[in-house]
Design a protein around this ligand. Structure first.
Ligand SMILES: [Zn+2]
Length: 293
């Protein structure tokens, strides 16, 4: 069964929720980047939030999330779009810390203090960028704070990743529940109580609860369901990486030709490598010298 997001309205239209199962996506991220458990959880939670936030966007919009902390992970970057494509990477994939006081993967310790950035590319004319200080580095808390401060939307964000002893991913998923502008204090109290009753998203997922089941736990009477697929997919290509090489300029490409007799570029997002031979580089130099292309 593939990964999915499911959206619904809750509290008779005074709130909305998106829930997602992202086990395959996070598993693919783990395999491609060979992340260790704490890094897998940090990247996987961020990718899960990205997939869910993208479900609220329109048409050609693209979303980039960045977590920049001073912990051993370095930075986390995730891209997502409205077709359900998600990709991402963590600066230092080989990070695993002892469990935190709750006996859980210490994502907050691995992320450290810093900031969270949300960038939304809305096509030709519009670009949105918001940022907030990281609260705990546990990702869910940090996005909850982001929605409250940057988008003035009271929200609860949960994202979880369960990792096996062989580093593979057993389960991943989460939800974002939001109160809409006309919601009352009573709705806020109600939502808070429901959220408190959900102690672990991954425990629920492994016990057989799906995205729709998560939504029902928040509101038995949730309505207006819609859904979409989520999948790992990178937009890189040989042509695109060739463009990157060319943009480095003549001197740089000549230096690569002299030193290595070729070049290898690796896409950060998917870890695919692209080899360019001496002949490829000479072609690029011809174009650069010609200045016409
Ligand atoms: Zn790629």
């Amino acid at each position: 069964m593939g990964d999915k997001w499911i959206r619904a309205t809750i509290f008779g239209g005074y709130g909305r929720v998106v829930a997602a199962v992202t086990t395959e996506l996070v598993g693919e991220l783990q395999r491609r980047h060979q992340t260790w458990p704490t890094a897998t959880a940090a990247l996987g939670r961020t990718a899960t939030v990205g997939a869910m936030m993208a479900s609220f966007m329109k048409d050609e919009e693209r979303l980039t999330l960045q977590i920049r902390g001073d912990g051993p992970l370095g930075g986390i970057t995730v891209d997502a779009d409205t077709t359900g494509r998600v990709r991402g990477y963590v600066q230092n994939p080989k990070v695993h810390l002892p469990p935190n006081a709750l006996g859980k993967l210490d994502v907050g310790g691995a992320v450290g203090s810093g900031s969270l950035y949300v960038m939304r590319d809305m096509g030709m004319k519009d670009f949105y960028k918001g940022s907030v200080e990281l609260q705990t580095g546990e990702i869910g808390d940090d996005f909850t704070y982001y929605f409250a401060v940057s988008e003035q939307t009271p929200s609860a964000v949960a994202a979880g990743v369960l990792v096996n002893t062989d580093n593979s991913v057993i389960a991943a998923g989460g939800f974002i529940a939001q109160l809409l502008p006309l919601a009352t204090d009573e709705h806020a109290v109600q939502l808070e109580e429901r959220i408190k009753s959900i102690t672990s998203v991954t425990d629920l997922l492994t016990s057989g609860v799906d995205a729709q089941g998560l939504i029902r736990l928040l509101d038995k009477e949730a309505a207006s369901f819609s859904s979409g697929d989520i999948r790992f997919e990178c937009t890189c290509s040989r042509e695109r990486l060739r463009g990157v090489l060319k943009s480095l300029g003549q001197a740089e490409v000549e230096a690569m030709l002299d030193a290595d007799n070729g070049a290898q570029l690796i896409c950060h997002y998917c870890n695919s490598s692209y080899d360019f031979t001496a002949e490829d580089l000479e072609d690029i130099l011809l174009e650069l010298r010609g200045g016409e292309h």
